[in-house]
Write a protein that binds this ligand. Structure first.
Ligand code: IFM
Length: 468
């Protein structure tokens, strides 16, 4: 009997022809981050990070949620990797936890943590999945925050030491490294708005942190290359599509300031070797001039091998003196995710072509893109997330358009493999292609996971057909 449930119909509709053309060796990936999935916060010698402190502080995370257990991936990694392999992905982006590997933020690595990540990486190799390893996805060891955190220059040197040691310990099992994930969130959300750990509200400190994160990236590139001469290394930035609310001079200037303080402060120094006039005008007197030292920009712009782009939103900027940097930003209409973020696939094409045109000819990876929706398990036991299927179809189509326009896009990592701890939003936002029941730790691949698997296998079948 033909299965006519909505899930079956939509599975049947997934088709690579409807999405676009991708290079033969395109990397089809899923992404996660350590604190969001691992749990086992007090096991294996792990020390507290700023996210343990933040999430355990009453009132700071939704519902008081923490990453103490999360998806319990620390104990379930083998079955999770089996599940990952069943989805046919070729690549997996994971992060290693700094506070697990080096709990004090300096000195020797924790052998139990090294053993854990070695098992995970060997497990990926055994399943034929290539890892892309992020070295900093926001879990600064708390002892380093106690010494001042990212607003303090020394933290950049501590990170470079950690990154070098991590690559020395894991480099026989991985070759592709992302130094930092979204330094904008670590600096401006963490030290400016205070919405993320460590929860400080001081924009001058945020700007200091931003520069020190850039410096940390550059110093780490040198350390990684020394530890593993064949390494492929890059940094991942969140690149937001910013549009002025009107043609007025004030709103256009606000859009320039928002671009400077969210995109350019990270893209300029890494790819252009300077902070542009827009960045100096917006942030120079507000803190950047305090911390940039001679020689920093040469360190930060050390050559990399790829550009990582995370993309989530188009935002509309208007002039408003009551807001940081005089900019009010609101999500663009029309469609929104459960986070209230815009769903405008053309914004992905826009940021990818912009990065290629204005910043770098390097190969690009979309290291994150995805959406949270109010998913639920239906009476058949299925999670029919048609909105996420539409989202992925739209954004992958937009990625294909960027390729057609000449962007050297080599891969796409959907955020996220599993529903997980969404930082200050706790478990209230579900980004996974796989549903996680946090009570039982059951995993249910959502319709989007079936759709993505079908897209990948159709692509691979087409490549095999061409080769035959
Ligand atoms: O969950 C986060 C991830 O850790 C970093 N990029 C954005 C995602 C969704 O908010």
């Amino acid at each position: 009997m033909t299965d006519t449930t909505p899930a079956a119909r939509l599975r049947a509709e997934a088709s690579v022809e409807k999405v676009g053309s991708f290079p033969q060796d395109f990397r089809w990936g899923l992404a996660t981050a350590a604190y969001q999935i691992e749990g086992a916060a007090l096991e294996g010698g792990r020390g507290p990070s700023i996210w343990d402190t933040f999430s355990h502080t009453p009132g700071l995370s939704h519902h008081g949620d923490t990453g103490d257990i999360a998806c319990d991936h620390y104990h379930r990694w083998e079955s999770d990797l089996d599940l990952l392999a069943s989805l046919a992905v070729t690549d997996y982006r994971l992060s290693v936890s700094w506070s697990r590997l080096q709990p004090s933020g300096r000195g020797d690595l924790n052998p139990a943590a090294v053993a854990f990540y070695r098992e995970v990486l060997a497990g990926l190799a055994a399943r034929g999945i290539r890892p892309l390893v992020t070295l900093y996805h926001w879990d600064l060891p708390q002892p380093l925050e106690d010494e001042g955190g990212w607003p303090v220059r020394e933290t950049a040197y501590r990170f470079a030491e950690f990154a070098t040691k991590a690559v020395e310990a894991l480099g026989d099992l991985a070759t592709d490294w992302v130094t930092l994930n979204e330094p904008w969130c670590s600096s401006f959300l963490g030290y400016g708005k205070g919405a993320h750990a460590p929860g400080r509200q001081d924009y001058r400190a945020a700007i200091h942190a931003a520069h020190h994160l850039n410096l940390a990236h550059g110093l780490a590139v040198a350390g990684i290359r020394a530890a593993q001469p064949g390494a492929s290394v890059g940094v991942t930035n969140i690149v937001t599509d910013i549009v002025a609310a009107s043609e007025s001079t004030d709103d256009r200037a606000a859009a320039v300031r928002l671009d400077a303080s969210s995109n350019r402060i990270f893209l300029d120094p890494v790819y252009l070797g300077e902070y542009s006039a827009a960045v100096w005008d917006t942030l120079g007197e507000r803190g950047l001039a305090d911390v940039v030292q001679d020689g920093d920009l040469a360190i930060i712009s050390a050559p990399t091998d790829f550009a990582g782009v995370n993309h989530y939103q188009r935002v509309i900027a208007s002039h408003d003196d009551s807001q940081p940097f005089g900019v009010l930003e609101v999500p663009a209409e029309p469609a929104t995710t459960s986070f209230g973020w815009s769903v405008i696939p053309a914004s992905l094409t826009a940021v990818l072509t912009r990065v290629a045109r204005e910043f770098t000819p390097l190969p690009v990876y979309v290291t994150e893109n995805g959406a949270s929706y109010d998913d639920y398990v239906d009476p058949n036991g299925d999670v029919v997330d048609t909105e996420r299927v539409d989202y992925l179809r739209g954004y992958l189509g937009a990625a294909a358009e960027a390729i057609e326009a000449g962007v050297d896009l080599r891969g796409y990592y959907a955020w996220s493999f599993l529903d997980n701890f969404e930082w200050a939003e706790g478990y209230s936002k579900r980004f996974g292609l796989v549903w996680v029941d946090y009570r039982t730790q059951e995993r249910i691949p959502k319709l989007s996971a079936h759709w993505y698997r079908r897209l990948i296998t159709e692509h691979q079948a087409a490549v095999a057909h061409l080769a035959a």
